[in-house]
Design a protein around this ligand. Sequence first.
Ligand code: 218
Length: 183
Amino acid sequence: MKRNVLVWVEVAIIAALSMSLSFIPDFAGWFTPSFGAIILVIFSLRRGLTPGLAAGLLWGLIHFPLGKVSFLSVEQVLIEYIIAFTVMGLAGLVYGPFQKALKNDKFSSAIVWSGIAALLGVGVRYFVHYIAGVLFWGQYAPEGTSPWVYSLSVNGTAGAGTFLVVMVACILLIRQKKIWIAK
Ligand code: 218
């Protein structure tokens, strides 16, 4: 396959795989980590920024035909299902140094770069959900809790949990170079 076509086929497969992990039940409501982030961060490190952003955007879009969108308003949905998912591809900003480290078998350094990638992708995504939480989800805050504190507790917990599962996966998989380095 032409290299370019192969990358786009991977984008579609990755978006579908990430979406399939979103079917893990919300065992802790909105506090539940986003397991699909594991796949998206790894892919952004494998292919770089543009494919990562594209896979994130597609993952967000797939929520619509599957009826997996929590709708409060058009603005909220655009922010949380288009912008928030797309920015996960920012993990691909450290593609260069990550690839260099792994190609030289510098596994500890590669793990550090994957951590920076996860902080970027997961951190920016959940910052977006945090802002959306303050703007749109305040009515769900328990009596006497401000929307700021409520959104920080929900999205801070979900974001930290997501970061954690991404890091566990990266550490377990870092020596499997085939996953990370494309032909
Ligand atoms: C306080 C609060 N509650 C709910 C949401 C909505 N939210 C949070 C995280 C992730 C997603 C995307 C789908 O998994 C959504 C819609 C919020 N932002 N804030």
